[in-house]
Design a protein around this ligand. Structure first.
Ligand SMILES: [Zn+2]
Ligand SMILES: [Zn+2]
Length: 255
């Protein structure tokens, strides 16, 4: 098979600036698939079609289910509203939960990082950090302003934006509360989400401000964490053997 993917994408205009721009992006993509035409043809095509279908499909579905934004309704063909089978409602609830997770990550990361600003840290957030080795119920041990601004707001914002059903909201609050209890518990148990990142935040103060770690990655507020033993252990594990046995502490280093 000829190595089609390595051919220039536009034979006719190989000298223009636009060509270099698209060609360099294409080359990086080809590298990402190990310059393997078969892998890119099947794997890449699957990822592309899946992403386009579900991204656009989910946007339409959100409009269908929430009826928002309301200006969309005047473009609707039929007066009848579709009757969703229960599985479609369940799927919608899962999509809403995914949205809440993302909203919380954004709202918690930036509010938490603001609370670490040296000008205000000692007035509000210092109280939560009295626990350098946290235990579960210290998850909401904090100043009341912090509780409203950084704990409750990121939690309620998602259901508020989508006007979610109370049952979906309650499922979300349950998951989020369980997650923050785990994060502060000091125990990294099998099957549960990893508390390593937030535990490291309590230990070192100046990294890991987020919940998922996406914004920490983006802003580089996880540089030392990523070099630490805690980072190696920062995953869900499925054996009864403690994860610190799998990644033991080095004898001459504390991290
Ligand atoms: Zn903090
Ligand atoms: Zn904490």
């Amino acid at each position: 098979m000829s190595d089609d993917i390595s051919q220039p994408i536009d034979m006719l205009s190989t000298t223009t600036g636009a060509h270099y721009y698209w060609q360099s992006h294409w080359d990086r993509l080809v590298d990402l698939f190990g310059r393997n035409e078969f892998c890119m043809g099947f794997g890449g095509t699957f990822i592309l079609t899946f992403t386009v279908y579900w991204t656009v499909g989910i946007v339409y579905t959100i409009v269908d289910v929430t009826g928002k934004p309301s200006f969309m309704l005047k473009y609707k063909i039929q007066e009848l509203t579709p009757a969703y089978p229960i599985s479609a409602k369940l799927l919608m609830a899962i999509i809403e939960l995914a949205f809440f997770v993302i909203v919380e990550e954004i709202a918690f990361y930036y509010s938490h990082r603001l609370l670490h600003n040296p000008k205000i840290y000692k007035y509000i957030h210092k109280r939560h950090h009295e626990w350098q080795t946290p235990i579960a119920i210290t998850a909401i041990y904090c100043h009341p302003i912090e509780h409203i601004f950084s704990n409750l707001l990121p939690l309620f914002l998602g259901p508020f934006i989508l006007g979610s059903h109370l049952s979906t909201s309650w499922a979300w609050y349950t998951l989020a509360i369980m997650n923050t209890l785990t994060d502060h518990s000091g125990y990294h148990l099998p099957l549960l989400t990893s508390p390593e990142a937030h535990d490291y935040h309590h230990l070192k103060f100046n990294e890991n401000y987020g919940v998922l770690g996406i914004l920490d990655r983006l802003h580089g507020t996880d540089t030392n964490f990523r070099k630490s033993k805690a980072f190696q252990r920062h995953r869900v594990f499925y054996s009864l053997r403690p994860i610190k046995d799998l990644y033991p502490d080095e004898t001459n280093k504390s991290d």
